[in-house]
Design a protein around this ligand. Structure first.
Ligand code: SF4
Length: 318
């Protein structure tokens, strides 16, 4: 099998003029929530609050975008993925003291309300009021959430407040995955083999590939809804659909999301625009993964270049 890696740069660009981490996050529109968590409103929240569209998670899983907080309890990560939107060239500092789950829930809801306060005059009032009472939280954004030691309690605390939780993990911390029970557990799988994983994700240790494989079997045993997400980067990891399918079989997830890399944020410094596959290319790859897996195409959203696979060909609602 020849691996097509032509879009991987020989070395990551270094820029001595990159400002400190907090300044960078603020420049990107992140709002710090407490001492080490962050919140950011996404394009779809801004559209949804004006009744001008919903994100693909609305179609696939019944999420209302204007009621969704996008946050992370830590900006630290043990990988430096080529496709990451965050500035992986700078390590987020480890906090001296961790904020409690109760504090983080309070800070994140308050930060979200502050971020949408400006829409009070431009959005329909009932939608703006609805957005002020978040119902979902996507614990992903930037950084690896399983590095926050109280993640199980954080998920429980959001649930107590009537807020459903989507946790997105890179799969390097199987022990934590055993302990959390979010509404939906997403795991990224960005390579069909170890060699490609090391090139795409630059993990802190090569052994993290074995941890990812362990996490796949942890997912299989979860009662909560599970999804594997593949981010396809043209010329980098977009080959060997059978290899992806063989790994995914270990997890038996409810859903598989096959999604195009998006040329956004700091990833623009590492990958060319051409690394974004077209929707048709994502669909063709997703069909091959589905065939090897015995799954069906459940839905797709062209504007987001994403295809959903499920066992029975159906989408779901929370
Ligand atoms: S695992 Fe996620 S947060 Fe960490 S570098 Fe990769 S894409 Fe970024």
């Amino acid at each position: 099998m020849s691996h097509e890696n032509k879009n991987i740069p020989d070395s990551l660009p270094s820029n001595p003029e990159i400002p400190d981490f907090k300044t960078l996050l603020k420049k990107q529109g992140y709002s710090l929530a407490g001492t080490h968590s962050a919140v950011k409103t996404c394009l779809w929240l801004r559209r949804s609050i004006k009744d001008k569209g919903e994100c693909y998670k609305s179609r696939f899983y019944g999420i209302t975008s204007r009621c969704c907080i996008q946050m992370t309890p830590t900006l630290m990560c043990n990988q430096k993925c080529l496709h990451c939107w965050r500035p992986t060239e700078i390590d987020a500092p480890a906090p001296n003291v961790w904020d409690s789950p109760v504090e983080i829930v309070g800070y994140s809801v308050a930060a979200q309300r502050k971020l949408i306060s400006g829409f009070g005059h431009s959005a329909p009032r009932e939608l703006w009021l609805e957005a002020n009472e978040p119902k979902h939280v996507a614990i992903s954004l930037s950084g690896e959430p399983t590095l926050y030691p109280y993640l199980p309690e954080l998920v429980e605390e959001y649930a107590k407040q009537g807020i459903s939780t989507f946790v997105v993990t890179n799969g390097t911390n199987p022990e934590m995955l055993k302990r959390i029970n979010p509404s939906q557990l997403y795991m990224s799988l960005d390579a069909p083999d170890k060699d490609t994983y090391l090139k795409v994700c630059s993990p802190k240790s090569p052994d993290l590939w074995e941890k990812i494989n362990e996490s796949l079997t942890v997912l299989r045993d979860k009662d909560t809804r599970t999804a594997i997400r593949i981010t396809l980067i043209k010329g980098v990891n977009m080959f060997n659909p059978q290899g992806y399918a063989e790994l995914i079989k270990k997890a038996e997830p409810d859903f598989v999301e096959v999604k195009a890399y998006m040329h956004l944020g700091f990833s623009r410094k590492r990958l060319p625009r051409e690394a974004m596959p077209e929707h048709g290319e994502v669909m063709a790859f997703a069909k091959e993964v589905a065939n090897h897996l015995g799954y069906k195409i459940a839905d797709d959203v062209e504007v987001s270049r994403v295809v959903l696979l499920s066992k029975d060909g159906k989408t779901s609602n929370l």
